[in-house]
Design a protein around this ligand. Sequence first.
Ligand code: CA
Ligand code: CA
Length: 449
Amino acid sequence: MASVSHRRSLRRRRTLVVSAALVAAGVGAGVLVMNANAGTTTVDLYHQRLAAKDGWASLGSGTTGGAKADSAHTFTVSTRAQLVKALGSVSDTAPRIIKVKGTIDANTDASGKKLTCANYAAGTGYSLASYLKAYNPTTYGRSKLPSGTQEKARAAAQKKQAANIVFKVPANTTIVGVPGTKAGITGGMLQIQKVDNVIVRNLTFSHTEDCFPQWDPTDGSSGNWNSQYDSVTLRGATHVWADHNTFTDAGHFDSANPKYYGREYQVHDGALDITKGSDLVTVERNRFTNHDKTMLIGASDSDSTGKLRVSIHHNVWKGIVQRAPLSRLGQIHIYNNVYETATLNGYALQYSINSRARAQVVAQNNYWRIPAGQKISKLLSGDGTGSIKGSGNVVNGTTTDLVAAYNAAHSKKIKTTVNWTPTLTAGLESSAKNLLTELTPTTGAGVLS
Ligand code: CA
Ligand code: CA
């Protein structure tokens, strides 16, 4: 893998003129821009903006992130403290570029010292043993949410962790990994909330962990342990381009989660969640791997109306349990993705794409590689109100009508017509057949130069 990417980068340096195909594949040495005075120039990684017509985030004013940042708002960061300082305040909307060099551990203090879950719990009175005793369903019952001393203590400890690991991103920001440095954030959450125009690229997000999952005895038929943090969370955010990132639980796979009250003590939540009226988002050439609840679009069946417009293309989803994505309400275009659904490190598929709450999903020219014995009818999911208009989808080399396969096996049918036609489709490939070969070496963090 390293040698392949090394050869690619050498080839790029030698080649001044990047072929249109490579640019389309997102692996060019910078984005070529035609300039009437200077001819063709190259924009470096840090100043690149979303291309015209590249998905919903290109609508209207488009997505430029911090492309116009001045030198006072251009930062290189390698520690949590430096990242916090570079992000500044969400009320400061001056364009900014944040270059992340190396891996930043969110669970560190201002001096860089490692913080553990015990550090956050200290002084709150919280202990898992006391919490488990207080809300044991056999004594506490299953009809109401935990309340009282231990729940208060849990919330206080969680608040302390949140203050440390949640990074609030202001408007007009580009946050991008420096090539060749294994750039990324481990244990943290980028929160893009009620802001416009943000670019997130070339970063590995790993093992975002909630030290203090909350027991919800009313969630589902057996109760659930729920966690707070997504690696990247969009809440009421607009014009966001997430490109060439890797999302993974590496560092703590779910198979290591214990069970309490017979339920998995889940410390992870979403990888990249798009909720609370977020809109105009392009999710492109990322690698989602080793994760359960991967991408939520719409936090509830009444999240918002007329929003949640998301384009998802040329991503690889490998070893994902569910929500790739879970779609609600919005107009969502899912094209040219690769889904590898064999169980990986204990992550066993429930489904790939879910369309519910009247979601209007267009799923076009995606490729599924599924293992022997896996049912095509299991690749989708829905509540009977969502739509998926599918075309050109391929399973193990064969063009396949996934919706028909799902509907033949389920009573709550997925609707097959949608209320819109995608037009912001730059780079849409008319066939899925070569995607596995194309995307495996060109997606995720560490590819861009
Ligand atoms: Ca959750
Ligand atoms: Ca979430």
